[in-house]
Design a protein around this ligand. Structure first.
Ligand SMILES: Nc1ncnc2c1ncn2[C@@H]1O[C@H](COP(=O)(O)OP(=O)(O)OP(=O)(O)O)[C@@H](O)[C@H]1O
Ligand SMILES: [Mg+2]
Length: 322
């Protein structure tokens, strides 16, 4: 049976007319029941919620006109299970989801769930993907703000735009991903004589500190050195991503190749040559191998065939690094 707190929250959310909140709490009840061993009931509750959501259709968010094109909204479709990552990152992502789902419980003890998250790591290791995963797991829409574009397009007006975005965060409950965040996180090369970037960064710090919304705010960057120390303090959690180690590479390749993978697959060379490549690059090489297979009417890919496309990725990788 749902806890007294859950029942009260459920009733309160019904009258607050915040249907997303209602869904969230109903999902908490389902999770609670599942933990009590009432799997059937948990399943039924989830089915009811999914059916209602489908009926409602995607919610149309009415962004102010001048933000259109700057904030990209989508219904995410990537589940956590599609991500290959370290146990540490997985647990941190799961904790964000767990605390979000249990926010009422935390609130009743005067605590807040972690919802301002910074993701740091080299290109192609799953930072943007994590934004999608979190939105998907929380059944929320994903709003992506391409920070580098915001800065180059609105130089001089960036702080004003940021204020509008934070107003939106307050009004429209969702996951907000500030992608390519290093564009304001402190790249001094963009900081022309007027110290504009410093002002933009200060504005961001102020907005994120004042934010009391229920939205999840994520900032992703691949340049930790450029980030200001003051920023770290404003985030509830910092997650570090890195290129995949042996076991992760193995899992990723097996995931992407799926049924295309030859039964007897020689891992040794594959794992060796894929070393130093990012998840995105390995994903790319696997998809290239699948394309080759399809175009030559084969339904299996051997390690040797994957080596060809992995090798190609390594060359591109070296080329990009100069
Ligand atoms: N950890 C991962 N597990 C599975 N696939 C991944 C992972 N990381 C990246 N990929 C694949 O690579 C694509 C690109 O990754 P993503 O955009 O998340 O990288 P990123 O860390 O945001 O890179 P950048 O710093 O360049 O923005 C993903 O859409 C996915 O297909
Ligand atoms: Mg990215």
């Amino acid at each position: 049976m749902a806890t007294a707190e859950q029942l009260k929250s459920l009733i309160r959310s019904k009258f607050s007319k915040d249907s997303e909140r209602f869904f969230t709490i109903a999902l908490q009840v389902a999770a609670h029941e599942a933990r009590q061993g009432h799997k059937g009931l948990a399943h039924d509750i989830r089915d009811i919620i999914d059916a209602e959501r489908k009926k409602k259709g995607p919610k149309l968010v009415s962004f102010p006109k001048n933000l259109q094109g700057l904030v990209l909204t989508e219904d995410p479709s990537v589940p956590l299970s599609a991500m290959v990552t370290t146990q540490a990152v997985r647990e941190r992502l799961q904790r964000v989801v767990h605390e979000y789902r249990q926010q009422e419980k935390l609130k009743s003890h005067g605590l807040k769930h972690r919802r301002k998250i910074m993701l740091i790591g080299p290109p192609g290791t799953g930072k943007t993907m994590s934004g999608m995963v979190l939105a998907k797991e929380l059944h929320l829409q994903l709003h992506t703000i391409q920070v580098d574009r915001l800065v180059t397009k609105f130089m001089g007006e960036t702080s004003a735009k940021l204020r509008q975005i934070f107003d939106l965060i307050q009004q429209e409950h969702g996951v907000y991903l500030f992608d390519e965040f290093d564009a304001i996180g402190g790249d001094r090369s963009l900081d022309n004589e007027v110290g504009e970037m410093r002002r933009v960064l200060n504005a961001f710090l102020q907005f994120i500190e004042q934010d009391t919304s229920d939205s999840l705010i994520i900032a992703a960057t691949n340049n930790p050195k450029l980030l200001d120390r003051a920023l770290f303090r404003r985030f509830d959690d910092v997650l570090y991503y890195k290129n995949p180690e042996t076991e992760e590479r193995k899992a990723l390749i097996a995931n992407v190749l799926g049924t295309f993978m030859a039964t007897r697959f020689g891992w040794k060379q594959v794992l060796k040559i894929s070393e130093g490549l990012s998840h995105a690059e390995i994903d790319h090489a696997c998809r290239d191998a699948i394309k080759n297979a399809i175009l030559t009417d084969r339904n299996k890919i051997s390690a040797k065939q994957l080596l060809v496309t992995l090798h190609e990725r390594q060359e591109t990788h070296k080329g990009a690094r100069g």
